[in-house]
Design a binder for this molecule. Structure first.
Ligand SMILES: C[S@@+](CC[C@H](N)C(=O)[O-])C[C@H]1O[C@@H](n2cnc3c(N)ncnc32)[C@H](O)[C@@H]1O
Length: 220
């Protein structure tokens, strides 16, 4: 297992295909991914087919600013696939996992019972007042909610981000406007983000996630 340029993300090759991994915090494999043992460590595959963060990494995004001991606000945590891998990376940090869907958060609760650095929050990220008393200032906001007013929702949550903190945001163009070509939507989103954030990098995620893109930004 070799390190990549991203903290806590590892790589291995099989038949010339590159696979990404994170080092499991507790040896558990919550999503039945391929795993590899090395000494006392277990590395779990971080699939580009299941995570937009992994897809951005395989597309060589210039940086992933997630590191050990950080606090992360994750908006749209879903069943927890990417959050678990982030939880592996931050180790003794904390990840606040917000999702609006009760069924999804029920699944997340089971994982969070085992992963003490993951905190489940059933709430609408468009109403940050629902969780402002349950979280602290964070180093990174990760947003993956596939909503039309996604950037507006992100901006409402920027008050939780430390100065010079980072934003990672996945955009699904069809959720914003199904009639527009994705590149036009990406340009509009970029312009909107640039009103409050410094854009560090941007990648289209095709073919791993069709009509999606991913931005890394910094609070200035
Ligand atoms: C694409 S899924 C997330 C997948 C997850 N990020 C991963 O990589 O494992 C999008 C999630 O956003 C949630 N969502 C949509 N609108 C939301 C909102 N306003 N606030 C919080 N969560 C929301 C949905 O319930 C859904 O679980």
């Amino acid at each position: 297992m070799k390190s990549t340029k991203y903290t806590g993300i590892f790589e291995d090759y099989k038949r010339r295909t590159r696979y990404l991994f994170t080092k499991s915090l507790d040896g558990k494999n919550f999503f039945d991914e391929r795993d590899t043992k090395e000494g006392n460590s277990k590395y779990i595959e971080f699939s580009v087919k299941r995570s937009k963060l992994a897809a951005a990494a395989i597309k060589n995004i210039s940086m992933i600013p997630i590191k050990e001991n950080q606090k992360i606000l994750y908006l749209g945590a879903g069943h927890g696939y990417t959050p678990v891998h982030i939880s592996d990376i931050i180790r003794n940090g904390e990840i606040f996992c917000v999702d609006i869907a009760p069924r999804v958060v029920r699944d997340l609760y089971f994982i969070c019972e085992e992963r003490k650095n993951m905190i489940p929050i059933l709430a609408d990220s468009n109403k940050p007042e629902q969780y402002e008393n349950r979280i602290e200032k964070v180093d990174v906001i990760y947003q993956d909610i596939a909503q039309k007013n996604q950037v507006e929702i992100l901006f409402k949550n920027l008050k939780f981000l430390k100065d010079k903190g980072y934003v990672l945001i996945a955009i699904k163009s069809r959720s914003i406007d199904v009639t527009q070509v994705p590149k036009k939507i990406y340009y509009e989103v970029k312009t909107q983000l640039a009103t409050k954030l410094k854009i560090i990098d941007f990648k289209e995620l095709d073919p791993f996630e069709r009509d999606h893109c991913f931005f890394v930004c910094q609070k200035i």
